[in-house]
Ligand binder design. Structure first.
Ligand code: PMP
Length: 334
């Protein structure tokens, strides 16, 4: 029998896919881990599961307990679904600027949603801090207690990728991998996967694909945490060194403008058949840039993070693209 054990058993072991157009353009093998095929629809199912398993193992999350988190959406969806499968209630704090599709999805998954204004991290009313205070309150008031998932600084997040995503890529490429690159939200995917791969091949090059509006490109390129510009991408774009980024070494930092990443998203659909969100465009654009740095003949791996159907009202909406002055795919032009 070849049977997976429920929702949790369906997380991970995603296919590694050769991107034909990007590979032909660069003369490298550009491979992408199809994380949108996780059962909750994104790469964040892995982090959600790893965080919950860690909290269970420490005895912090008790049967019937509550999971609280501040999230741009995908982590919340993962936590809510793993929570359903394991008997936990989920309370999610989300910045109101996130796509309606992700909010609707969270509600239909059974998460309790608290929308808050999008304010910078240093403001005590930032969604991350609100979720921390809420977790403390609920831990006192709820009969079975509550935990704060704390995905940004909780290294159980990157450990999940270190133990699953990295080894899967190593196995799927027979160890023939020269570079790994992706964008950072919490940093769990980049740090956990890169650390696992670099341990197996110390020559492996690690890239950062950063959107405008994030501070990490400047930090890794020039030693200064400085953010400029803005991006339509969601779930990525970090302003500080999170706990998950600690001790991560970046060989090639890139800043990817929206014009570049959005046109890669449209290429992924037109030439490969994948309907993706904006962060996948940032990642594949980054993989192409890393390929140009390393030269032809190398194998570069990146991540396809989540489905474009989560952004029908934004990235995939011609009116939104026009308003932002971004390129439109010809089939959406009329
Ligand atoms: N892409 C999307 C769509 C996401 O939601 C996230 C997570 N917020 C990421 C990329 C980045 O993943 P990580 O948190 O592991 O850095």
């Amino acid at each position: 029998m070849d049977v997976r054990d429920g929702f949790v058993g369906t997380i991970g072991n995603t296919p590694l896919v050769r991107l034909r157009q990007a590979s032909e353009e660069t003369g490298c093998e550009i491979l992408a881990k199809a994380e949108f095929l996780n059962p909750g629809g994104s790469v964040k199912d892995r982090a959600a599961l790893a965080i919950i398993q860690d909290a269970e193992a420490r005895g912090a999350l008790k049967p019937g307990g509550v999971i609280v988190e501040g999230t741009a959406g995908n982590t919340g969806i993962g936590l809510a679904l793993v929570g359903n499968a394991r008997g936990y209630r989920t309370v999610i704090v989300i910045p109101e600027t996130q796509s309606q599709e992700k909010k609707d999805m969270l509600r239909l998954c059974g998460a309790e949603l608290k929308e808050v204004p999008a304010v910078p991290y240093k403001d005590p009313n930032n969604y991350v801090h609100v979720s921390g205070r809420l977790a403390e309150e609920l831990n006192q008031s709820q009969p079975n207690g509550a935990i704060w998932a704390r995905q940004f600084d909780n290294q159980a997040n990157r450990r999940g990728h270190y133990e699953t995503t990295g080894p899967e890529i190593w196995r799927q490429t027979d160890g023939k991998v020269d570079g790994f690159i992706c964008a950072v939200g919490t940093g769990g995917t980049l740090a956990g996967t890169a650390m696992a791969l670099k341990e197996r091949n110390p020559e492996l090059k690690v890239g950062l694909a950063d959107p405008p509006g994030a501070a990490l490109y400047n930090y890794y390129a020039h030693g200064e945490l400085k953010a400029e510009g803005s991006s339509i991408s969601e779930g990525i774009g970090q302003g500080r060194i999170t706990g998950n980024l600690e001790d991560l070494e970046i060989d090639f930092p890139f800043q990817i403008p929206d014009e570049e990443s959005v046109s890669v998203v449209f290429d992924l659909l037109k030439h490969e058949g994948f309907v993706m969100g904006a962060s996948s465009g940032v990642n594949v654009a980054g993989a192409k840039r890393l390929a140009r740095e390393l030269g032809p003949g190398h194998t570069i791996v990146t991540i396809l993070c989540d489905w474009g159907t989560r952004y029908v009202s934004k990235l995939w909406n011609p009116a939104f693209l026009r308003e932002k002055g971004l390129p439109l795919p010809d089939w959406l032009e009329s």
